[in-house]
Design a protein around this ligand. Structure first.
Ligand code: C2O
Length: 532
């Protein structure tokens, strides 16, 4: 293992997409931001210098951050933002991890443009045929407006955010939008080879189906953990998820569109223009029109669920694979969903949506939770986030009264090294919806998923080869059961990776105290930790 140093300068960048030009916040003036390549075990040192007009933090999404919680990045959870003109050095090790992850801004909605891939090469050979080439495909959303203004507007109207003006592949919308015929990502391939595509969904608010015309995909990894090979025509990625697929160039020489199209479980089917890139065989005549793929419909929950529940972890390849917890020391049941709240005096809205976990809508504190916890600063949070929702949950009966959930900064304490089971249950308060829930500091096994009300006695759990992830799409009107061992002390955020829902409060945090053994103590913060 080596030490890899990077400089990230947060700076404005002027970009033209779909007929209009705007200034975005970027890293190093490139968009999407730089790819961080490393080997498993490497130490990563990224000096982030903020030369933009917004305060910012960077989060290394999916990096376990073992004993390095100060480098995790979510604003007001593990650190206060890096102010304009200031810098902060993120320092962490890629311990026992390989695969495709990504980094993104973790303050307000800046991750709408501030994101880039993380590629970690494994120490051991791949457990599949070694690919001829590897390519990263990072999916995103593009608004003509400034993403901060999209956020402000959503909060002011009390409704949902404006739907993105375009979806993007590696920052490019593809040919189906206005003024966009040349903003197309082209991947040149040779016939009769196997390629590895490392696909990430960095969108703010949209789950996406990804597919390549006429080509089968074989999933081999999700969120940085190997899977049993899963052949499929399309894959689903929620914001925050990454998936590696093998693709064989076994079709006639030609040009094929690849692309991404939304999955929106809460909406009636509707047409959104997909983002397209070109999968182009060597010697294909450039005049030929690429073949168009078929995308699942925007409300195709069957395909989404079928895909999510077909994934299996490859649990014998890695020596470090964590055992799947069989017995549970700490069980937490969390409802996730949207509700309403009355408009407060200074807002001009008629309805105002809020979102909550277990009927508690998170209010971010003004001092980072990790600092408050580490230095025993009182009145920042209360350590009483409940193990089951404030209002008893009943999916099929009358909805529990959480139209006006409580708000607060309440965190749950998980004893060090306990085996945790966490059941996430979607609620039907304001329409059911698939919520991609992301946990910081851990990957978890998804031991069960289903529609309807979670029922401990009838739920079917896979304790043999459940997929391991860091972000789980809780099925629309359904539940997901997760298991992991709480072996990483720190304060860890958990939130919906649909940014609008996090903004509305669909989030909480967990404290995992230090253990008593050697190597079980979180070190003190680095001296340059931004002041609050
Ligand atoms: Cu990718 Cu807390 O986020």
């Amino acid at each position: 293992p080596t030490t890899r140093e990077f400089e990230f300068t947060i700076q404005p960048l002027s970009l033209t997409r779909i007929c209009s030009t705007k200034s975005i916040v970027s890293v190093n003036g490139i968009f999407p931001g730089p790819t961080l390549y490393a080997n498993e075990g490497d130490r990563i040192i990224v000096k982030v210098t903020n030369r933009a007009q917004y305060n910012i933090t960077i989060h290394w999404h999916g990096v376990r951050q073992i004993l390095s919680g100060w480098a995790d990045g979510p604003a007001y959870i593990t650190q206060c933002p890096v102010q304009t003109g200031q810098s902060y050095v993120y320092n962490y090790t890629l311990t026992k991890q390989s695969g495709t992850l990504f980094w993104h801004a973790h303050e307000t909605w800046l991750r709408g443009t501030v994101y880039g891939p993380i590629v970690i090469y494994p120490q051991k050979r791949y457990p599949f045929v070694s690919p001829y080439e590897e390519h990263v495909i990072i999916l995103g959303e593009w608004w003509k407006a400034n993403v901060e203004d999209v956020e402000t507007a959503a909060l002011e109207t009390g409704g949902g955010p404006a739907i993105a003006d375009a979806y993007t592949i590696n920052g490019l919308p593809g040919p189906l939008y206005n003024c966009s015929s040349t903003d197309v990502f082209v991947l040149k391939v040779k016939r009769k080879k196997t390629y590895l595509l490392r696909i990430v969904n960095a969108a703010l608010n949209t789950e996406l189906f990804f597919t390549v015309a006429n080509h089968a995909l074989t999933v081999v990894e999700t969120d940085g953990d190997y899977t049993k090979p899963l052949p499929t025509n399309s894959i689903l990625l929620t914001p925050g998820q990454s998936t590696n697929v093998l693709i064989k160039t076994d079709q006639p020489i030609g040009r094929y569109y690849m692309g991404a199209s939304p999955y929106m479980s809460a909406r009636i089917p509707f047409q959104r223009v997909p983002t397209l890139g070109i999968f182009e065989y060597e010697n294909a005549p450039s005049s030929t029109l690429p073949t168009m793929p078929t995308f699942p419909a925007s409300n195709d929950t069957n395909t989404a669920m079928q895909f999510a529940t077909s994934l299996r972890c490859l649990n014998r390849h890695e020596t470090y694979v964590e055992r799947i917890p069989r017995k549970v020391d700490k069980s937490i049941f969390i409802t996730v969903g949207l509700g309403t709240k009355p408009c407060d005096a200074n807002r001009t809205c008629t309805t105002n949506i809020t979102a909550s976990m277990s009927n508690i809508s998170l209010i971010l504190p003004e001092i980072a939770l990790l600092q408050a916890y580490y230095f025993n600063i009182s009145n920042v949070f209360s350590a009483d986030f409940p193990d089951s929702p404030l209002n008893p949950f009943n999916y099929t009966g009358s909805p529990p009264n959480n139209f006006t959930p409580e708000s607060g900064t309440r965190v749950n304490v998980i004893p060090f090294n306990s085996s945790v089971q966490m059941v996430l249950q979607d609620t039907s308060i304001l329409g059911v919806e698939n919520h991609p829930i992301h946990l910081h500091g851990y990957s978890f096994y998804v031991v069960g998923q289903g529609f309807g009300n979670f029922n401990e006695s009838t739920a079917n759990f896979n304790l043999v080869d459940p997929p391991r992830r860091n972000t789980i799409g809780v099925p629309v009107g359904g539940w997901a059961a997760l298991r992991f061992k709480a072996d990483n002390p720190g304060v860890w955020y958990m939130h919906c990776h649909l940014e609008i829902h996090t903004t509305w409060g669909l989030a909480t945090a967990f404290i995992v105290p230090n253990g008593v053994g050697p190597g079980q103590t979180l070190p003190p913060p680095p001296p340059d930790l931004p002041p609050c």
